[in-house]
Design a protein around this ligand. Structure first.
Ligand SMILES: [Zn+2]
Length: 146
């Protein structure tokens, strides 16, 4: 989870930084991702706004951390892997998680619990046999000076 949150800190989204880290069944890191625009889509040219019409808001352009972590993986199959993510996946990421073969989601925040997208994600995880568990904080603090 620490690696996920570190990855999330790379996001340029001024409001929401989400990070994800995919690990193998024996906990080796396979991939990481954070919420951002696709390659070539500069933060100077694309909006981070949350308001306004779709073309002028981030929602048309941003790729979530979970999908980026899946797409960043170049090593073959993610079958049976686990995903650590700082925020419970939305329904769109849930589809990608299921289809990629990830079997366990360990999440921290679930601040959208009960919203339609969140409920849909859990419904799909339940149907597909993807386990989701709340991360249990260790009480450790990570401080890195770079
Ligand atoms: Zn998502």
């Amino acid at each position: 989870m620490g690696i996920s949150k570190l990855a999330g800190m790379r996001s340029k989204d001024p409001n929401t930084q989400v990070g994800a880290c995919i690990v193998s069944e024996d906990n080796n890191i396979l991939s990481m991702g954070y919420n951002g625009f696709p390659k070539g889509c500069s933060d100077d040219d694309f909006p981070w706004d949350r308001e306004g019409d779709m073309l002028h808001s981030k929602y048309a352009y941003v790729t979530h951390s979970e999908l980026n972590a899946i797409l960043n993986f170049r090593g073959g199959s993610l079958e049976g892997s686990k995903l650590y993510v700082s925020l419970f996946p939305c329904n769109e990421c849930a589809k990608a998680i299921i289809q990629s073969g990830i079997k366990t989601v360990i999440y921290d925040s679930d601040k959208y619990n009960g919203t339609p997208g969140n409920t849909a994600a859990k419904r799909m995880f339940d149907a597909a046999g993807v386990t989701y568990v709340k991360y249990e904080h260790t009480g450790r603090t990570l401080s890195i000076d770079v």
